[in-house]
Design a protein around this ligand. Structure first.
Ligand code: SIN
Length: 286
């Protein structure tokens, strides 16, 4: 099969055709997929047939080391590199949280000292309607920021924490003392430089950003609100409508994403997160 990359008629995203993720990954294909991710920021692979283990192996060999999510209660029983995101109740216990997991704009694990590179989701069960995952392009958001906002964030950093943001849903999980100890507040530049192509992206998100370093809370809240209002404009978004067998990856260095509700039918995704190896590269002077 030959690799084809079909950009979406959307601000970001491309469909990858001609790739069977269950087949062994060649170094050449992995290089092409990583380049496609940096360019298009969201990649969609259709009609995949994977186990948790073969999914993890494919993501690892194409995109790099996987990071077990801190919420280990949702790890797949076969591998801690995959978390189960689901509303399906088994044995009287839901495999995820009560409200849809991730239903607030965020970049996965931005609260880690070395945040993630990318998140992948693999659909096992999808509702007939609703439950889209929506991505927003933070490169375009940065590039189109009004000059006054660019000046306001130039050289500044923000504090991130798993329960740090103004997400609309309150924290839906209670951490064990061991989990809480692993995620102290961290500080990252507000503008993240993409390590592959040097593009600058906004790197704050309503889910996990607690405030801007050196600003009073009210001033910080106002500035973050203005950044989020700009970054989540529809013209920067791609909404993925799920089909069973889809694998969808989003580049967390340059996008934020949110789950959406509006369904009651079963929805089960396997999530794999890549990266967390290096601190964020900060913005150069403009
Ligand atoms: C996530 O943000 O990790 C999950 C997104 C989704 O379920 O659509």
């Amino acid at each position: 099969m030959t690799l084809s990359i079909i950009p979406f008629d959307a601000p970001l995203g491309a469909e990858i055709q001609g790739v069977d993720l269950a087949a062994p990954m060649t170094p050449g294909l992995a290089k092409d997929l990583r380049a496609a991710m940096a360019k298009h920021l969201v990649l969609v692979f259709r009609e995949q047939r994977l186990s948790a283990l073969s999914y993890a192996a494919a993501m690892r060999s194409a995109f790099g080391a996987l990071v077990p999510h801190i919420l280990d209660q949702y790890h797949h029983e076969d591998t801690h590199d995959v978390s189960v995101i689901s509303n399906v109740v088994e044995g009287g216990k839901s495999r995820t949280t009560k409200a849809p997991a991730g239903a607030y704009w965020h970049s996965d694990l931005s609260y880690m000292a070395g945040p993630s590179d990318a998140t992948f989701l693999y659909a096992l069960e999808v509702p007939s309607d609703g439950g889209d995952t929506v991505f927003a392009d933070m490169v375009r958001a940065y590039e189109t920021l009004p000059e006054s906002l660019k000046r306001a964030i130039e050289g500044r950093s923000a504090i991130h924490h798993m329960f740090g943001g103004k997400r609309g849903y309150e924290a839906k999980v209670t951490l064990t003392p061991e989990q809480a100890a692993r995620i102290p507040e961290v500080v990252h530049p507000i503008v993240r430089v993409h390590p592959v192509d040097g593009r600058r992206a906004l790197f704050v998100n309503p889910g996990f950003t607690r405030g801007i370093v050196g600003m009073e809370p009210a001033e910080s809240d106002d500035l973050l609100h203005a950044l989020y209002a700009h970054a989540t404009r529809p013209e920067f978004q791609y909404a993925h409508k799920w089909r069973v067998g889809d694998v969808v990856g989003g580049d967390n260095r340059a996008t934020i994403h949110t789950a959406s509700g509006g369904y009651t039918e079963p929805r089960t995704l396997y999530r794999a997160i890549v990266g967390c190896g290096a601190p964020v590269a900060g913005a150069r002077a403009a």
